[in-house]
Design a protein around this ligand. Sequence first.
Ligand code: SF4
Length: 454
Amino acid sequence: MLDATPKKITERRALRVNPCKTCEPVGAMYAALGVHRCMPHSHGSQGCCSYHRTFLARHFKEPAIATTSSFTEGACVFGGGSNLKKAVKNVFDIYDPDVIAVHTTCLSETIGDDINTYIQQMEIPEGKIVVHANTPSYAGSHIVGFGNMMSGFIQYLAEKKAVSNGKIGIFPGFVNPGDMREMKRLAGLMHGDYIMFPDTSGVMDAPNKGHYEMYPKGGTTIEEIRALGSVEKIFALGELTTKAPAIKLKEKCDVDFAALPLPMGVEATDQYIMELSHFLHTEVPESIEEERGQLVDIMLDAHANFYQKTAAIYGDPDTVLGLTAFALELGMVPKYVLTGTKNREFTKKAEALLAKFGANDCKAVDNGDLFELHQWIKNDPVDILVGTTHGKYIAKAEDIPLVRAGFPILDRYVHSYMPIVGYRGAMRLLELIGNALMDRQDRDAADEDLELVM
Ligand code: SF4
């Protein structure tokens, strides 16, 4: 007989409500946009491609170019090989990129399209390149897609030369162009001769020149990606995103790497600077010491406004770890720390970070969603939310200030130009969080005054 007794459900496992992540191809598309004269290509239906382009365009307020294999019923039944071959020919004929970076979607992954074989069967024009990465959204988030596309480029292009080119490689992680510029500025001050890959500065923050440029001047060049195979060392910043491509490069070209956190807050930025200093045998210049000193001075000045303030921090794994570390340095209590990306390493690292500062009552989860976060906040509120635009519904419902940081930010401008990494980025974060907390204090004080008057 069947047991009709309802099973006790203690935990929501499969369903995600207001997920704190997006599709794998979004990350692959963003990584490909960080390559000079590259056309990202979505192998699947038009709907996926339109959604992913729109998502990026809404965050960066810039056109996010990409083409699609435009699957219809026929491709679903017979495979997408002929669509892809025709698409690649058309894209080279019409848009003339130097490289096409193909990523898959759920549909092409489910029917089992073998992209590598299709690429081998294609007629690719002389001097042009096609690379690919597998990015099924049901297996990972945009963060995984970003890393997979980096690995795809490395697999196809990186070359080990007999003699090192003497450069360092910087993998910036899934961050804004403004952050990439700041990482490069600091590496430049340390006299580093570097290749940043990918590099969306000059692409997703390109200036308005009065005419449309399909391929702006930014982005890592193909020659630079080839040269990654002969650099002295890779600095993989945002290790939960960039460690996998760094391992891929190590396997292919035997290039050593240092996996580091995103340089956010004091300690993680110190770590980035000191790693550069040790490796390059350069002294830390006075200008960097001055920036650090200014940041510490501001932190001390404003300390009373941050001390013991509780926060919910959510978004992408490396960004959330960076924001959490800085919140702890400010004396705050990051009561809830959450990412939508499935990655147990995130939870372990977040718990270790919280334990280091004695914040043992805080909660850290990966593979979570914002519905879950909202339930926690309803049961035990926080003073401030720090994360993406999608948290605004929690902020509104619970009347909690929200500081927008990370990806995506769909309802504000300028954020992608302004760094949140490095000492200067920390100053900006401190200003945003501090102002939000103090505005709230002012409002509460005004409400109390009004009650006294009445
Ligand atoms: S089918 Fe997959 S890749 Fe396409 S929009 Fe849906 S989840 Fe994203």
